[in-house]
Design a protein. Structure first.
Length: 180
């Protein structure tokens, strides 16, 4: 955990009707001093979208050779590698070589779109890579919901995502740029 990290306590209830996964997770999430609320909430949403008893947050921003989240098998192999942002081609290649499945969650509006135009041709060879983008409006709305102590409910059905915190409800639309 980074020095001066801000700790967020999250009670995350996931109802994923697409995967038939229904569980509540009590998460402790460290927000790196250089991390925005937008990125923090996208990490929590990424956890919800891939929720599993073995999924965990890594050291993230403070470590270059680890993703933001990962899921390891009981034998220590990386089943799922989840990265946020716009990693370089080298990082994408290395990630796809280390894990059975890699998901990159992009955000940032036109910056993310320019990144994708630059790297999409080099990603076609990776059968284990999925790239999903979130609009700037969606991630900013998520950031507005950030709180140091949150009770968050995420419902997923037919690829649609609904996030509820207290009296606020937000519909988030993941855009699949590269499917498995």
């Amino acid at each position: 955990m980074a020095k001066n990290a801000t700790i967020y306590k999250v009670e995350l209830s996931v109802a994923d009707m697409d995967r038939h996964y229904y569980e509540t997770h009590n998460l402790t999430v460290a927000k790196h001093p250089s991390e925005t609320d937008e990125r923090l909430m996208l990490r929590v949403l990424s956890f919800a979208l891939n929720a599993h008893e073995q999924l965990e947050f890594t050291r993230g921003l403070s470590t270059e050779d680890e993703p933001d989240l990962w899921q390891k098998s009981l034998s220590g192999e990386i089943d799922l590698w989840i990265a946020l942002g716009m990693p370089g081609e080298k990082i994408v290649r290395q990630s796809c070589g280390k894990a059975n499945k890699v998901i990159i969650y992009c955000y940032g509006g036109s910056t993310a779109e320019m990144w994708w135009e630059k790297v999409k041709n080099s990603t076609t060879r990776f059968d284990n890579l999925e790239v999903i983008n979130f609009s700037r409006e969606d991630t900013r709305a998520l950031a507005d919901l950030a709180n140091r102590s949150m009770r968050l409910s995420v419902t997923i059905q037919d690829g649609d995502v609904m996030v509820a915190i207290d009296d606020s409800t937000l519909h988030v639309t993941p855009m699949r740029w590269k499917k498995l």
